[in-house]
Design a protein around this ligand. Structure first.
Ligand SMILES: *Cc1c(COP(=O)(O)O)cnc(C)c1O
Length: 375
């Protein structure tokens, strides 16, 4: 059997172990500690010095607290991109609110601003209320059209909670993804562009909101000599050992982005235009993707579909994955309103994610594209 090729694996840079050792030597094995603070400082520096970053136990936890901070309450509606991972939408339901899903633009595969505005206007007409928040996603690292989305956010005064879980290192018009919305979220899960084995972060607009998020994510303990609570808290803070891994990963982030972009270029040269295959490209100069995953659109020709390619790759021990199945097509969200047409459905139907991990060698990437071409 051929050696296994996986979609996206953790890729350590070498200094992570040093920081972990430091954490052990100083016995900072607790949640909280100096490495979490340092990791936050490095993220903040990388993203935007005027933002405040709070490291949390997961990207999903960050969306949950981001929505809470944006003022989402039970009974509210929240607009979310339909073509995404369920973790973008689940926290809406944790808060007792209701998701409203919006279709994507074809090329970026992200939230269509025209449909977003249509959804806002129609929800107001039907319910008398505006949705409480908007969750655009930078899918597979490709930036959403944040200029238009923020314009609409301002016009209707609805805050954006930006799901940049897959897009650390991506930029729109030179501005880092995750820094456009009132809140932005990142994920450091094992398969993301950098990892802390598990973790996330909430990018906050100011010190005050960041302090509030730290308070909420550490069980909402008031500053008293005994445990005293005036609000419901969460156990969502990142552990210090994970923070130590994050410090090391920040030192190689630029290299990881560079390598994923290089892998995307190789796939583009080898596969774009080949028998009805399109490799997703940046829609224009305003878009800079970290290309966390390179995705294909496969025009069905006879038996050759995205899924037949997936199966053929699997037979050669190469992992690939169909795109996220849109949320409006998920049984669990069947009752939620949806605005749009068939764009995300078609992208899902014909889409395939290729192995894109920065740890992969050129030879392994060649095995992948050779295998795709054989189908
Ligand atoms: C990974 C991911 C999340 C959730 O992050 P976790 O750290 O796994 O909780 C949310 N949204 C998107 C788009 C993701 O890819």
């Amino acid at each position: 059997m051929n050696e296994r090729i996986v979609l996206s694996l953790p890729h350590m840079g070498g200094t992570e172990q040093k920081y972990i050792d430091e954490a052990f030597e100083t016995n900072w094995i607790l949640p909280l500690g100096p490495h979490v603070n340092e990791f936050e400082r490095r993220l903040q520096q990388y993203l935007a010095p005027d933002k405040h970053v709070v490291a949390l136990s997961a990207g999903t936890a960050a969306i949950h607290l981001g929505l809470l901070m944006a003022g989402v309450e039970p009974g509210d509606e929240v607009i979310c991109q339909s073509l995404t991972f369920s973790a973008s939408a689940n926290p809406i339901v944790y808060l007792g609110a209701r998701p409203v899903f919006v279709d994507s633009e074809e090329q970026s595969m992200n939230m269509d601003p025209v449909l977003l505005e249509e959804a806002i206007v129609d929800r107001k007409r039907r319910t008398g209320l505006y949705p409480k928040a908007i969750i655009p996603v930078h899918l597979y690292g490709m930036p959403a059209n944040m200029e238009k989305i923020m314009e609409i956010s301002r016009r209707y005064n609805i805050p954006v909670v930006e799901d940049a879980a897959e897009a650390l290192g991506s930029k729109f018009k030179g501005q880092p993804c995750g820094t456009f919305g009132l809140y932005g979220i990142l994920s450091f899960n094992g398969n993301k562009i950098i990892t802390t084995s598990g973790g996330g972060a909430l990018i906050c607009p100011d010190r005050e909101s960041a302090e509030r998020v730290k308070f909420l994510s550490t069980q909402a303990r008031e500053d008293r000599p005994y445990y005293y609570h005036t609000t419901i808290g969460y156990n969502y803070r990142l552990s210090n050992v994970s923070g130590a891994i994050g410090c090391g990963q920040m030192e190689v982030l630029d290299k990881r982005v560079e390598r994923r972009r290089q892998i995307h270029r190789i796939y583009t040269e080898m596969l774009d235009g080949y028998k009805g295959i399109r490799v997703q490209q940046e829609p224009g100069d305003d878009y800079y993707s970290n290309f966390w995953l390179t995705t294909l659109q496969v025009e069905p020709q006879g038996n050759r579909t995205a899924d037949s390619i997936r199966l053929a790759l699997a037979a050669e021990n190469i992992e690939s994955r169909l795109l996220w199945r849109p949320m409006h097509m998920q049984p669990v969200f069947a009752e939620c309103p949806y605005y749009g047409g068939k764009t995300s459905e078609k992208l899902f139907e014909n889409g395939l994610c290729l192995a894109s991990g920065s740890i992969l060698t050129d030879e392994q990437i060649e095995r992948v594209w050779q295998a795709v071409k054989k189908v």
